[in-house]
Design a protein. Sequence first.
Length: 268
Amino acid sequence: MAEKKHRLVSVPLLSVICSMLYVYCSTVFIFLDEWLGIGTASGILNAIIFSWLAFMTFFSFFVAVLTDPGSVPPFFAPAVEDARHDSGDAVYCEKCCSYKPPRTHHCRVCKRCVLKMDHHCIWINTCVGYKNYKSFVIFALHASLGSCYAMVIFVSNLMQKEHDFGIVSAKLFYALSGLVILSASLSSTSLFCWHVYLLAHNMTTIEYRGAQKDRWLANRSGQKYRHPFDLGFFQNLILIFGPNMLKWFCPTAVGHLGDGTQFPISND
Ligand SMILES: [Zn+2]
Ligand SMILES: [Zn+2]
């Protein structure tokens, strides 16, 4: 637990929390209030929907930060004696002096092997791996929806309300808010779209980079590259989000995850 609390002490992570709080408070208590008024029916409705998106963004963010991305179980040994896994990864980590399950990679920042490692994320101050990938994608989805919603409220406020931009502080506040909301919308939406692409192919960011040569060779010989773990879009979603669709958007519903050492491979 102490190690988990340490994860919260990081400048990039705290800057994400501050940006999220800034966007939430300025959107609800200034832009929405000035535009519709939070006492009106339409103002309350917008505030409830936006608050729900903000709550889900915060909640899934903290679940992603505080969930261990996945360690190699002690005494793990590969089932086959091949020198490499089907995905082409080495089966032995020289730094940890232990065997690695398929899709596991050594993180130089965390200084350990991480199951189904996607990437080390400085914004959550830990790796995105097998156990926290679901919460990370749910975070990206809600951050994207929430920041785009904030953008709509901000622009509506700008267009429908008379502003006195002769006051320098008001001009600066609107410029800063517009910049923060625009950057949040662009970065979270592009992050979410990227992970939808990876999810569609059951690929990690590391595997995407590693497969570039295979993809190029397949294209050159007129064939379509198929990732070995790609079981088809819907099946890939079930592997990440679980078989019960009612729990797809719950970041803590991860009972469907196994020990992260075995992954089904496509027969195609
Ligand atoms: Zn290692
Ligand atoms: Zn890491």
